[in-house]
Design a protein around this ligand. Structure first.
Ligand SMILES: Cc1cc2nc3c(=O)[nH]c(=O)nc-3n(C[C@H](O)[C@H](O)[C@H](O)COP(=O)(O)OP(=O)(O)OC[C@H]3O[C@@H](n4cnc5c(N)ncnc54)[C@H](O)[C@@H]3O)c2cc1C
Length: 328
């Protein structure tokens, strides 16, 4: 690990000033991802700016939304009474991630910005356009079992590893950020990006901006939500495929629905066409199968991840059945 400075800041302005004056500075929150990456030599910031003492540690039910501060720990958010009451899908997704110890340290801001788990990104002897732009992508012809089936490019086929981000995408969250030019709000669907020719950029956040929190608009989904994660081990493993489902049911009719998938793309993959197909229809296995077929339109597998082309729709159908209570 390289030598680095450590600076604790007590105001957002001080954090932004540190990022503005030092291009090689990075914020650190729980440190559960960044410190690992520094140990592996994947990232080498010359300064860590500690945001843990900023006052972004509140969860507040507001008039038509739920606010969660950037430094709230994942374990705290997952167990919070308002999160459980108004946005249980978020809690389900966070509890499916990592381990209890990690969730006690990991923050909302850090989770939003956790980096891919592509083995070639972590292996500093391998070419990786995300780690060293222009060096190539070893995953394209390598062991690409965990990799993308949607939205990949010839520069990068890595996936976003977060469970929380999939739920936030289904729930239409907005990310609150602050930077040298002031505050702005980024819809989560525009926060994470596809790799294109710049896979080194995971998000649309500017290098000098900080995340201050996020907001989830109220909805009528709380009674029918499921986060279904398929992985190699029952816990402490990243998703091969995950599906977030939130349904507003009127008897057996689907009044409204949100669907997103994880483990399939460089960003959480919202399934808007499948949502449109199901909206206004009956919650039946037949309709779920049609929606899953539509959701897979455009999917493309690589040598080792063709199993995802079957696993993804099957996981989606099962998640829809669980969320709606439809048995057969
Ligand atoms: C063994 C292991 C297993 C895991 N399994 C899972 C899993 O199954 N599912 C899952 O979803 N996750 C999993 N994780 C990842 C874990 O959820 C993340 O490491 C964690 O959420 C990162 O949060 P943090 O606060 O520790 O971030 P840090 O490591 O502190 O920071 C991560 C990034 O976010 C930036 N950052 C942090 N806060 C801010 C802010 N306020 N504004 C702007 N930038 C900021 C940092 O600069 C850094 O680039 C696992 C991690 C490990 C180590």
């Amino acid at each position: 690990m390289n030598n680095f400075q450590y600076k604790r800041v007590s105001s957002p302005a001080a954090a932004i000033a540190e990022l503005s004056k030092d291009p090689a500075a990075k914020l650190v929150a729980g440190g559960t991802n960044l410190i690992d990456l520094m140990k592996y030599g994947v990232m080498a910031p010359d300064k860590l700016v500690d945001v843990n003492h900023l006052s972004f540690d509140a969860i507040k039910k507001e008039e038509r939304s739920l606010y969660i501060g950037a430094t709230v720990r994942n374990a705290v958010a997952a167990g919070n009474a308002d999160v459980l009451k108004y946005q249980p899908l978020l809690s389900q997704a966070m509890l499916a991630g990592a381990s209890a110890q990690l969730r006690n340290k990991a923050t909302m801001g850090g989770n939003l910005l956790q980096r891919t788990r592509c083995g070639y990104f972590y292996d500093i002897s391998a070419p990786c356009n995300k780690r060293v732009p222009g060096s190539g992508c070893a995953a394209l012809e390598g062991y690409n079992r965990m990799h993308a089936i949607f939205g990949a490019s010839s520069s990068c086929i890595a996936v976003n590893p977060s469970d929380m981000n999939v739920a936030l995408t289904a729930l239409d969250a907005t990310i609150l950020v602050s930077g040298p030019k002031g505050d702005r709000k980024i819809p989560v669907s525009e926060f994470h990006r596809l790799p294109g020719t710049h896979p080194e950029l995971d998000t649309t956040l500017d290098r000098k901006e900080i995340i201050t929190g996020l907001v989830i608009p109220d909805n009528n989904f709380a009674a029918h939500t499921t986060y279904l994660k398929v992985r190699d081990r029952i816990s402490y493993a990243f998703a091969l495929i995950s599906v977030a489902v939130a349904i507003d049911l009127d008897g057996t009719a689907i009044r409204d629905i949100r669907l997103a998938m994880g483990g399939v793309a460089h960003k959480p993959w919202r399934l808007t066409e499948a949502e449109q197909l199901l909206k206004g229809k009956q919650a039946t296995v037949e309709n779920f199968k049609m929606a899953a077929e539509l959701a897979m339109k455009g999917a493309k597998a690589y040598e080792h991840n063709a199993f995802k082309l079957k696993l993804a729709p099957n996981t989606m159908i099962q998640a829809l059945k669980t969320a709606s209570g439809v048995k057969a």
